[in-house]
Design a protein around this ligand. Sequence first.
Ligand code: IPM
Ligand code: MN
Length: 355
Amino acid sequence: MELKIALLAGDGIGPEVIREAVKVSNSIAKKFNHKIIWSEGLVGAAAIELTGDPYPQETHKICLNSDAVLFGAVGDPKYDNNPTAKVRPEEGLLRMRKELGLFANIRPTYTFESLLEKSPIKKSIIQGTDLVFVRELTGGIYFGKRGRNKSKDYAFDTCEYTTKEIKRLAKVGFELAMKRSKKLCCIDKANVLETSRLWRQTVQSLEEKYPEVSVSYEFVDAVAMRLIHSPSYYDVLITSNLFGDILTDEASVISGSIGLMPSASVGLETSIYEPIHGSFPQAKGKNIANPLATILSASMMFERSFNLLDESKLIRDLVNDSIVNNIVTEDLSVNGKSYGTNEIGDWIKEKIERG
Ligand code: IPM
Ligand code: MN
């Protein structure tokens, strides 16, 4: 099969982790007789430097003409420390999500047996955790009206949602729940926010279409707590853009490292597969970044965009083997020994070739 994949490495550790995911994907393609055609595009600070635009039109075209997009990370301290910057790398990611209509961000959280001791949360609590967040990705406070007054001493951001936006996101959640344990949690702040009340009402109206799914409605503050003291209580969770952003970083603590967490952003146009972590500028060029979140994102890509289930599973199994064998970067090291970013990809590649 021929796979056309856009490659947007971005900033910071982006290019390093992407390199490993490409290495692994290429050896998977070789083993299973596929041909991958990669097209590289600029995004984030890297794109601003060269074109002035964090998501150039050229990059958008590359994405539209591909079957899937593999994405690294964006962000640069140069812009974070400058509150008056006219353009920011993150805008590239947000515009890309919006322009490709990728309204649902699927973020799984599960534990790895060999890392149970590694989490700061007790093993007895996290054991058996297997949940998936479906985060709304193209609406809410991320895209609402924002601004400052003339004297710049007042600022506002607005959270807005339409029934249509909530419905299409909720459907992804219900359908995922049908394939899993038929349990869905809708996370909101309906005791305070009007948008949350619309979420609740809209999700409730969909319940009759999915009579087998049992739905719970929980406040975001309570979920933040329960996620830590009883994570295995949850299965599929749907929520708005900002709540999902925050809770998925929190959930990453359960699996042991944010460097392990992949995601798929799906919707109208080409899907994007990206690690949930950021550009980790402090680690840039040091060969210490964990590439597993990006490698696992590639695994999600083989499954979801190409329906190549064996290919996807082989990557997942080998990621697991690398962790079991302590072939890990320093964020996951248990015995003081750790490997470089490139060595993780090399190890997995060799296993694919030899297996
Ligand atoms: C994420 C990131 C982005 C977000 C940033 C980089 C804009 O934190 O993908 O979770 O907030 O969505
Ligand atoms: Mn985030």
